[in-house]
Design a protein around this ligand. Sequence first.
Ligand SMILES: *Cc1c(COP(=O)(O)O)cnc(C)c1O
Length: 430
Amino acid sequence: MKLYNLKNHEEQVSFAEAVTLGLGKNQGLFFPTYLPKIDSSDLEKLLEMDFISRSSKILEMFIGDEINTIELFNKVKQAFSFSGPIVRKVEENISCLEIFHGPTLAFKDFGARFMAQMLSLLNQNKDENVTILTATSGDTGAAVAHAFYKMKNVRVVILFPKGKISEFQEKMFCTLGENITTIAINGSFDECQTLVKQAFQDKDLRKKTGLNSANSINISRLLAQICYYFEAFSMVPHNKRKELIISVPCGNFGNLTAGLLAKSLGLPIKSFIAATNSNDTIPRFLKTGIWNPKETVSTISNAMDISQPNNWTRVKELFHRKKWKLKSLGYGSVSDNVTKETLLNLYKLKYISEPHAAIAYKLLKDQLKKHEYGLFLGTAHPSKFKKTVDKILNINMNIPHVLQHRISLPSLSYNMKPNFFSLKDFLLKK
Ligand SMILES: *Cc1c(COP(=O)(O)O)cnc(C)c1O
């Protein structure tokens, strides 16, 4: 597989390099040089396969001969060794694609676990240690920590803003120990992200610790997410398949990019809706053509509180390469008040959801035409947002066992001020 840097097309790398580097020069994102295409007779066969076999095939189409077929199959099997996506009917012609049944109860498990498998494969013949350094505002930290837990030669260091993520979210990844180190930074998520960027710019530190990132810009995470769009399609009734609209709750726009890549492969999804909360840079851009990000605001769908989405450049590149029109992309933003109202409406339909999925549902409901069939993505288990959801719906939701167990364990985090030299010291000594 060959990829190029979106900021400098001359920089070309292999899949292995793109996975280990994460980002290219000048923080440019990598994008596939060749976009594979499935013809319609092969598509039928592919849709009949089981999730693991089909996912291996799809990933092989992109990765090519850099990894051999059997090895890739085994890695995919290990990465996706949990309950896969489920389509749950919510009302006539609208269902939720639940992709939150993984070990940390959010869709980020798919990408993080596949990335972990790829990194372990690419490092297996090296003695060097790797340090995965990442900042999290919630779900990424948990997915990454669990994906790399007890993996040889890999140390994971996760920074998070102290007191700014939910207790559940914190307990999910700060209670593991072993090769997982967590640091509560006395500051904001942006400050955590700045520390990570500074660490990557420090050549000395990079070399001595074998630094790697694990955020959503890593191409391996995106590729893994393509797979559940095929699984979703295979579960849609045959007579509705030509009229499928998928609504995606967007933050960094990785999930939507993966869906669009599935479409570019030949999966005949009619259209997508890019759904955001009040951090609506993209909906405003699609409406006016003006790029005008505002200061990020806090919402009840906190995993989507991003006003400068990293993956947008990939979306634009794909539309350009496929000669698709940006106008064909549905979009919209939903305020906290309307999100709450929507959660209540869903509850009346006997479906307990959470703020992120509710935003996608609301826009789908508004924009879906009579003859169409809609899926909205359920990106996290509602119990991860228990406090918020309980309050809005006036219920006391059951907590899954995995979460109950985690909550009873003590947090093992270090504390640190948002100071790069303290972090560097820590990374070199520990
Ligand atoms: C990360 C996340 C999102 C946003 O996904 P992107 O790929 O960043 O657009 C939406 N919902 C939940 C629950 C998330 O954790």
